[in-house]
Ligand binder design. Structure first.
Ligand SMILES: [Zn+2]
Length: 168
């Protein structure tokens, strides 16, 4: 049976094998195919100097033909700019946290300090991600007022004490 199915390295699901694809690692989902393609491009970029040169040249040609593209895009997509600014803020914050902290206690204090003045929607993304390529998880962060703290302890994913004192 395992000849007819495989586990997609992107979505981790068991999928039927496409018999026309040799050594299939990715399923046909759009997201997984995009991941396959960008992995291929990344590897090509790292190993093939000719590919790098061609890419750079075609980007320069494109840029000359479309000098105002990004300016226009940002003007027409204010939500894109807002998301990027938020993601940048999170990245700045996590850089500060990972750079200057020695233990979880300090990290939680920094996080609390950050959350105090910043209610709103955020994107959680890997610390090394770049702006456009990676997926991000959108979350809303709402501070819990003092009166509800006992509730929060019961309901939150990790109890407060665990967060405060690091790994249990
Ligand atoms: Zn997949």
């Amino acid at each position: 049976m395992e000849h007819f199915t495989f586990r997609c390295v992107c979505c981790r699901r068991i999928r039927p094998r496409n018999l026309r694809v040799k050594n299939q690692h990715y399923c046909g989902d759009k997201r997984c195919q995009q991941a396959r393609k960008s992995k291929w491009q990344r590897e090509k970029q790292q190993t093939d100097p000719e590919y790098r040169t061609n890419k750079k040249e075609s980007q320069q040609v494109w840029k000359q033909k479309n000098p105002d593209y990004w300016k226009r895009y940002r003007r027409q997509h204010p939500e894109y700019c807002m998301h990027n600014r938020q993601k940048q803020r999170i990245r700045d914050q996590s850089m500060q946290m990972s750079g200057s902290c020695e233990d979880n206690l300090v990290k939680m204090d920094t996080l609390n300090l950050f959350l105090k003045g910043n209610t709103g929607s955020y994107f959680i993304c890997p610390a090394d991600s770049d702006l456009v390529k990676r997926d991000a998880l959108a979350v809303k962060i709402i501070p819990i007022s003092a009166g509800y703290k006992h509730l929060a302890k019961k309901d939150s994913i990790a109890p407060q004490s665990m967060l405060r004192y690091g790994k249990s």
